[in-house]
Design a protein around this ligand. Sequence first.
Ligand code: GLV
Ligand code: MN
Ligand code: MN
Length: 550
Amino acid sequence: MSDPSGGPATRHTDPVLAHAPGDTRTAMAAFATGPLHVDADRFLAALRGLAQIGGDPQGGITRLGLSAEEGRAREFLQDLAEKAGLTSDIDPAGNLLIRRQDADPHRPVVLFGSHLDTVRQGGWLDGAYGVAAALEALTVLVETGATIDGFEPVAVGFANEEGALVQYPFWGSRAMAGSLDADSEKIVDREGRPAWEHLLSAGGEPERLAEAVWPAGRIAAFLELHIEQGPVLERLGLDIGVVDGIVGRTIFTCEVRGEQQHAGTTPMRDRRDALVSAAQLVARVESLATTLDACSTATVGYLDVSPNTVNTIPGLVRLNAEIRDTDAARIQVGERLLGSMAEHVAQASGVEIDLRVSDRSTPVRTDIGLRSVIANAASSLGLSWQAMPSGAGHDAQIIAARAPIGMIFVPSKGGVSHSPVEDTEERALVAGADVLATTLAALLGGGPVRRFNALPGDEARGLLIDCLGCDGPWIDVVLARRPYWTARSVVTAVCSAVAAAEHSLVIAAANARARAGDTRTSLSPESDLEETRKELVTIACRRLEGWLGA
Ligand code: GLV
Ligand code: MN
Ligand code: MN
């Protein structure tokens, strides 16, 4: 796509993805199905239809999580799903789920989608893009009769990812992953109205929230297609971002309590101005990510000044701050620093500052196997791509606690998001949806890796023993990580499990084999331990690659 004349796309690769052994064969094994294209007109019409829901008179879209508008967006997509011959339902947390008519309820699910809510005066693509594309991709998989082998594809539209109305981001994905705050009564909007009341009026079922949890192992993989929301892809002229990690975030709620007083009669030295102290704190928050470089971003995006009149010294300021980084340790440092900064400002200015952590999400890595399937999908469509981190939070990072995740980015015009001017070229939107559909076709189709995943435990164990020539606890480590998405991820898992295994076990097995005249390796009891282990890993990988890539 980067070269409309049809010449080869510039390929920016991730060294990890590009140079690992078995890459070519992996690509072939994963792509028995070939590239898949969505119906561009139908997809863009759905996306534009969604953008009509929650239009804000002041600009942009205000379709807040757990609001009636979010409910209307679900209904709109349910209608489209029905027209496409799919079935849909809404779980007790307000998540929209779309399935095939003849969906097999016993298969592990490949789940894909994003969220349906927006921030206040947000854009038309953040979240909605990934959900509309998920519906389109599922429609195309069914229409084209793509092989669906072993996993059940399910599209999802999560509720309240942003936390703009009810201050609790990732509501829907947390409900699904079983990580919703047990004390959900305490989750409220800024007026103190509980989330369950909002959920009830938006058609959810607060009393059945526990039923929204998907049991461990039910999700085989989760994929989220999203706009980048930053400038990287556009600046580099790339079509697709293969997300390798998602930032973690800590959100703080803060109250600065000073003294409300007359602005004309109170001498400057007698004041305890809550807004002046809050302003000092705001500047210190920024310094966490600038001069101090403690974390990658630090923001105060919400400030409520009371009483907020021109001739009164503010007595109370409520604010929210948030810090983000891909490294959990740096976020911890940022949290501690902000705590001591708040104490310092309070002591120096005589106000009270109550700073609390109101939400934490941890940084996560995406699954290397899924990354490589996505990258292969982009390449097979002639699209350029690069691995990159996500500075925005996503439902995928919540589902990561339950399943391997993968994320696909498309460029954002001007890098702008959470704004009415958020936009992406139509052809880029369609290209991202094509990558999603092609990735799904690869994950759902048959092939040697799928066969390995589907093998009963004892047969898979037998295969691994045969490949390496010795038994051991490393096999359980490898099997526990199923399903795998590429031959290379199986091989990598075997290599690392064997590398972590007891040397003595590996050596004993190798020597027993050598004594029994096994000619696969010429190990002797005198062999160097490290060399022996390396040799065993090489033999195992070669054999596994042969089996999986055949
Ligand atoms: C989600 O949109 C975020 O704030 O990162
Ligand atoms: Mn957002
Ligand atoms: Mn989003």
